[in-house]
Every structure is written in C-alpha cells, then in structure tokens.
Design a protein around this ligand. Structure first.
Ligand SMILES: Cc1cc2nc3c(=O)[nH]c(=O)nc-3n(C[C@H](O)[C@H](O)[C@H](O)COP(=O)(O)OP(=O)(O)OC[C@H]3O[C@@H](n4cnc5c(N)ncnc54)[C@H](O)[C@@H]3O)c2cc1C
Length: 255
C-alpha cells in the first residue's frame, strides 16, 4: 500500500503512528491482543475512546461539524491498519459507527445536539435492539409492540442477542407501530433510555463464560415520541441506511 500513498497520506500515517506509540498503554495493547471477538473488554474500549476523543479522532467518518475527524476513506483505512498493527482495541461499533450516522442522517437538530456529543464522550453507550426471539434473519417479522399514548410510545415485548445491553445506557431499537400488508412498513426506529421503568436485562452467558449477550424485556415502557428517529412507521428506511455503516459502508451523509 505504501507505494500508492500520496505525500500527504504518508504524512498522515506518520502522524497516526506517532500518536499510537504515545497513547497506547501496555494495558490497552493487552486488551487489544486478548480480544476473542470484535469487542475488547468494555472498560478498555471506553478508556481508548476517551483518548481518541481528546485527540478529536473518536469518530473517523463523522463530519467535522458534528465532532468527527472527517477523514477520507484512505485516511480511515490508514488509521485502522495502523491501529490493528499497533495492537490497539477498537471502539465499540454500536454508537459511533451505527447509531451516530443514523442520527446524523435522520435526526432532528435537537436529537443531534443531544445525542452526538454524549456518544463521542462515552457518556452514552449504545446497544442495538433489532433481533427478537421470532425475528432474526427475517427482521421484518419483528413484533415488539409500540402503542401511541399521548406524547409517548408504550413498548411491550422483547429483544434478544442484544450485545452489551448489560452495560449500555441507550438502545437504538426497531418496534412495531402498525400492521400492514407489507411488513417493512409499520416499523419505527426508536432511541430508548435503558433506565426507563419497565426494562429488564437478562444475561445470556456464552459457552466461554463471557457475558456480553442479553435478552431485554420491555413491559409497558414509555418512550417519548421525541425519541423517534425519522418518521413513525418509517423505521425500515432508517434501518436500511444504518446497515450501510454496520456492514462497513463509508457514507457520511444521507443522500
Ligand atoms: C455474537 C452475536 C451478537 C449479536 N448481537 C446482536 C445485537 O447486538 N443486536 C441484535 O439485534 N442482534 C444481534 N445478534 C443477532 C444476529 O444479528 C441475527 O439476527 C441473529 O443471530 C439471526 O437470528 P436467529 O438466531 O434467530 O437465526 P435464524 O434467523 O433463525 O437463522 C437460523 C439459520 O437459518 C438460516 N436462514 C435463515 N433464513 C434463511 C433463508 N431464508 N434461507 C436460507 N437460510 C436461512 C440462517 O443463515 C441461520 O443459519 C447477534 C448475534 C450474534 C451471534
């Protein structure tokens, strides 16, 4: 790759290398080397995110106006390659790589102003509430009910395989707000405060003994309508947009 880099890209790589050499403690390198999946242990991920945030590098793909690094695809590639080579842990993908771009693309100004800085700082840590016991690969079969009651959507049902729900304080979630012939309609994308009464997180312990997976139960959980991302019943559109980022897309804006 080196031969294809421009002079400014080589300079950027040198800057990244110097930063990693300086910022990575032995403990963080150890956490990176001990990963058995795409996640390092939670405390190390958050410690590393705090260091990146201080440097302005916590969100490589976000536009600068939202606190991101605003890097090009090549800069992101360089950073990731160097990070892996240096043995640094990754940051958790659910907030900055997934919920963040969805909020940037579909959020109101109030949602962006509230959620994005807290996501960057690590004050808010996110989990993804899509899968349900009867809706996995066939996600449009999802059935967790959300019924409008004044300025709230009242959610009842459960989500499963929810990675990091045991440590997250926010969940981005798909709920069923209407039943129509086309199952992809009538789904709403909700941002849910995990401290809301009626939410219970039950662990799913892996064979390795690791606890990062969970089933999350919702019993008449009141979520403000202000926490709908995009349109009520239009959540599938937001979810498809988010998928671009979850599966490695590099867009930074809705287009
Ligand atoms: C480590 C891990 C972390 C996860 N984290 C999260 C998370 O944070 N949030 C979240 O919402 N979900 C999460 N999931 C769920 C995951 O993303 C999938 O939705 C879920 O595992 C698939 O659903 P299922 O287990 O019910 O399998 P099923 O959908 O029942 O599939 C079972 C098998 O049938 C196959 N299959 C299904 N449909 C077809 C078809 N039409 N044709 C041929 N083969 C088919 C599948 O490939 C699979 O092999 C996680 C899963 C894992 C393993």
């Amino acid at each position: 790759m080196s031969s294809t880099l421009s002079a400014s890209e080589k300079a950027f790589r040198a800057e990244v290398r110097a930063f990693l050499a300086d910022a990575l403690t032995p403990e963080l390198r150890l956490a990176g080397s001990r990963m058995t999946s795409v996640y390092a242990d939670h405390a190390s991920q958050m410690a590393w995110q705090a260091i990146l945030h201080k440097r302005g590098w916590a969100a490589p793909a976000w536009p600068v106006e939202y606190g991101g690094a605003g890097w090009s695809a090549m800069q992101r590639h360089i950073f990731t390659s160097e990070r892996v080579a240096a043995g640094a842990p990754p940051t958790s993908p659910m907030g900055i790589n997934m919920a963040g771009p969805a909020i940037i693309g579909y959020g109101t100004e109030a949602q962006k102003a509230y959620f994005l800085p807290r996501m960057l700082s690590g004050e808010h840590f996110w989990c993804q509430g899509y899968s349900e016991p009867q809706a996995g690969s066939d996600l449009a079969a999802l059935d967790m009910k959300a019924v409008r009651d004044g300025d709230a959507l009242v959610c009842t049902g459960s989500k499963i395989w929810t990675t990091h729900a045991n440590v997250a304080n926010w969940m981005f979630c798909l709920v069923r707000t209407a039943r129509t012939e086309r199952r992809q309609q009538g789904i709403t994308f909700l941002l849910i405060d995990m401290a809301t009464p009626g939410i219970e997180v039950q662990p799913i312990i892996m064979h390795s003994g690791e606890w990062i997976q969970n089933q999350v139960f919702f019993d008449a959980v009141r979520v403000p309508v202000a926490n709908v991302l995009g349109e009520i019943d239009g959540g599938w559109t937001v979810a498809k947009y988010l998928l671009d980022f979850e599966r490695g897309g590099a867009l930074t804006r809705r287009n």
